[in-house]
Design a protein around this ligand. Structure first.
Ligand code: ADP
Ligand code: MG
Length: 728
């Protein structure tokens, strides 16, 4: 096996970059060529059908049968012309991945085959999805699931060298109406937020008809040679190295971030970008990240629903394209201990139908107040629901990041920058008397003027989980492998709920005779005071912040099983039920799935660690020990004094010590896994995993890593960090 390692290294060093598929030079010539875009619709649909469909997309209404039939016809004609043979409803079950079941465009007329695709085929499908997670919902209700077309996200053709498939974005629900996916509730939150935000906009501007959340998702990932991954069962099976000593040179030199991109990686990125463009993903940014072999890409932001579909598609494309280039992409939050992990920054804002970004501070006094209204309401929502925001990003993998001195901490807080902090501090002061010493930078309404410089605010704080970055909030604590729909369902909901609350409070004051603007200011002032604890401008990685956060009453729950409790707290249950997003049992089902996933993930990693120690680490250590012992015996036989082989004895003993520890702990881990099986209920079982199994695995890892450093390199069977991360 060690031999395989050196062979692999030789092979990898001789690997040439793979040339990307042939493509036009200009993005504009390939962008969206595999998408059923508005332009394509105009060609393939009659004017009336096109108009009707646009109305559905713009107002979120339902599609009539005849419209569906006509759209299906147009879509089929386009897809077949493009060379597609099959179609699929593309959906987002609670596994966190996407799912698809392909059907041919085929109907038999007698014994003649004809291409067919009906309105029914477009609108609804019934995948046999009984093995997808439902958190017990389907058992209870004996309901089958079906997928239903989401016209607000465009259909596209997924192309592989072996065939093309028409993909139709869909929601996935049970026959009794429970959501079994991420998209169905997400679409509901977009509507709820729209309504709440439009109502608040009307305080300032009666012409606003619609408010839509926007999202730009930055995606971090590792790219390592495929052969290294093939030689490591842990990377192959769970995308994370469960053992492996840190290299002498990690990221200390800080030379990887924005460094030049190696050629093979560049070729792979290039092809990946081409594939993204063709399915309409507006990818713009690519660069090296902080850790060796870590990279990031980011598209231009889009409407939230589409941005999420595009991110899921992007993750799939990354996986496929990297394989072609003999890489393996690792989307895991923490593939390599001791090296930075990966996140998925969710840049979120809200915009009106006129294209105005509501989180863009304006110059006019009216705009100013409108901006502050949305801004402060979001801070307030975060303060009230911080624990829910923590819960929604919790996973076994993200636990390795949050609070581990590299990613935002497990404490939720908001960073808003010095200028806005000053403005909120000013706002908090009691009402100024008319014409009293109003500072120069105050606008008419008695609120501080927001300097224009804010627009290109560079006051960045990378340690904050939720940062305001000039014209949007950036939720940074989201894990790299997550479906962003989870966190966005929560963010949309808490903001919607807060805006509803705000409007009610202002309206009450107005009814009692307060002037509208004065009432708004009064409520905002209260919010600023009430939500102060959630604002933090300092270093989120520091120990001082942990202490201070505790005195402020902010939670700091480091492990998933307990963090997830907030998902089903009384407050969260009420929030989602009141907004009509989740009924109580639906939320409980989702909670159960998350807890179960935590258990399963750790269980798999633990089993793998046991296997890797038993079949690689321990045998390699014994085999090297035998070599050293053979040498000692030979020296003894040659009549050498003991001090001549002291070093050898020391090596043998050190290996014995670590082997003893490793062996005993592996046995203990096996025992614990058996005990874990019988712990119930599931939450307690998850806590057992978190409190006992996770720390023991960390201990076993230390022994394995110590052995890696004791055993001769040519006896070590597993690719080392150095090779996986630095071999180019
Ligand atoms: P950084 O790495 O500095 O955080 P990037 O430029 O890599 O920033 O990513 C910023 C992301 O935010 C991009 O995807 C960008 O399109 C997105 N973004 C910009 N404006 C908005 C907005 N109004 N709503 C949502 N996302 C936005
Ligand atoms: Mg960012």
């Amino acid at each position: 096996m060690a031999n395989l390692r050196s062979k692999a290294l030789e092979m990898i060093q001789n690997r040439p970059p793979v040339a990307p598929v042939s493509h036009p030079n200009r993005v504009s010539e390939m962008f969206g060529e595999n998408v059923f875009t508005q332009e394509v619709m105009k060609q393939y649909l009659t004017k009336d059908v096109y108009k009707a469909l646009q109305a559905v997309i713009d107002h979120g209404s339902t599609v009539g049968r005849d419209i569906a039939e006509s759209v299906a016809n147009g879509m089929k004609a386009w897809a077949i012309e493009k060379g597609a043979s099959h179609y699929t409803h593309w959906f987002q079950p609670l596994t966190g991945l996407t799912a698809e079941k392909h059907d041919a465009f085929l109907k038999m007329e007698g014994n003649k085959a004809v291409e067919a695709f009906s309105g029914d085929n477009l609108v609804q499908q019934e995948p046999d999805a009984s093995s997808l997670p439902s958190g017990g919902i389907r058992n209870t209700f004996e309901a089958r699931g079906y997928t239903a077309w989401d016209p607000s996200s465009p259909a596209f053709i997924f192309e592989t060298p072996y065939g093309k498939t028409l993909c139709i974005p869909t929601i996935f629900v049970s026959y009794t109406g429970e959501a079994l996916d991420y998209k169905a509730p997400l679409l509901k939150t977009i509507e709820v937020l729209n309504k709440a935000a439009v109502d608040v906009c009307h305080f300032f501007d009666r012409s606003v008809k619609r408010v839509t959340p926007t999202l730009g998702i930055e995606q971090e990932y590792f790219l390592i040679d495929r052969t290294w991954a093939d030689l490591r069962p842990d990377l192959t099976m769970c995308g994370r190295a469960v053992i492996g000593a840190p290299p002498a040179r990690g990221q200390q030199l800080e030379d990887h971030y924005f460094g030049s991109i190696p050629e093979r990686v560049f070729a792979c990125m290039k092809e990946f970008e081409i594939e993204c463009f063709r399915v309409g993903i507006p990818l713009t940014t690519r660069h090296n990240e902080v850790a060796p072999s870590q990279f990031e890409c980011a598209p231009i932001f889009e409407e939230l629903n589409v941005a999420i579909d595009h991110n899921l598609l992007l993750m799939d494309l990354l996986d496929r394209v990297s394989r072609k280039h003999n890489f393996r992409v690792l989307l895991h939050e923490k593939p390599f201990a001791f090296i930075n992990g990966s996140g998925k920054h969710n840049n979120w804002s809200i915009a009106t139908d006129a294209g105005k970004n509501l989180l863009s501070p304006g110059n006019a006094p009216k705009d100013n107040l409108q901006f502050l209204t949305f801004f402060i309401n979001i801070i307030k929502a975060l303060h009230v629901h911080a624990d829910l925001m923590r819960a929604v990003i919790a996973s076994a993998a993200n636990d390795h990041r949050l609070g581990a001195n590299e990613a935002p901490p497990a404490i939720i807080s908001a960073f808003i920058g010095t200028q806005l902090s000053k403005i909120l501090d000013e706002l908090e002061k009691p009402n100024r008397k008319k014409n009293a010493d109003v500072p120069k930078n105050y606008v008419k309404l008695g609120i501080p003027k927001i300097p224009e410089i804010l627009l290109d605010n560079t006051d960045r704080n990378r340690t904050s989980p939720f940062a305001f970055t000039g014209n949007k909030f950036e939720f940074r604590a989201v894990g790299s492998s997550a479906n962003s729909a989870g966190p966005m369902i929560v963010l949309n909901s808490i903001v919607a709920n807060q805006l509803i609350e705000f409007k009610k409070t202002v309206d009450r004051k107005v009814v009692r005779g307060k002037k509208k603007e004065a009432a708004i200011l009064e409520v905002l002032r209260d919010y600023v005071k009430e939500s102060k604890a959630i604002r933090f401008e300092g270093n989120g990685y520091s120990k001082e912040w942990e202490d201070e956060a505790a005195t402020r009453g902010l939670s700091n729950i480091k492990q998933t099983p307990r963090a997830l409790d907030a998902y089903v707290s009384k407050q969260s249950l009420e929030l989602f039920a009141n907004l009509g997003i989740f009924k109580h049992h639906e939320l409980h089902a989702r909670h159960e799935i998350r807890v179960e996933q935590y258990i399963k993930k750790i269980d798999i990693e633990a089993q793998l660690q046991i296997e890797m120690l038993t079949s690689y680490v321990i045998p390699a250590s014994i085999s090297y020990q035998s070599v050293v012992l053979g040498n000692i015996n030979a020296m003894k036989a040659a009549g050498l004094e003991q001090n001549a082989y002291d070093a050898q004895l020391h090596i043998v003993r050190s290996i014995s010590d670590e082997l003893g520890k490793a062996h005993a702990n592996v046995a203990k881990l096996s025992e614990m896994l058996k005990v874990a099986e019988s712990v119930s209920p599931m939450r307690e079982q998850a806590i057992y995993y978190g409190d006992n199994i996770v720390p023991l695995m960390a201990e076993i890892r230390l022994s394995a890593d110590a052995l890696e450093n004791l055993v001769a390199d040519d006896h070590w069977p597993l690719p080392k960090y150095r090779e996986m991360l630095f071999a180019k």
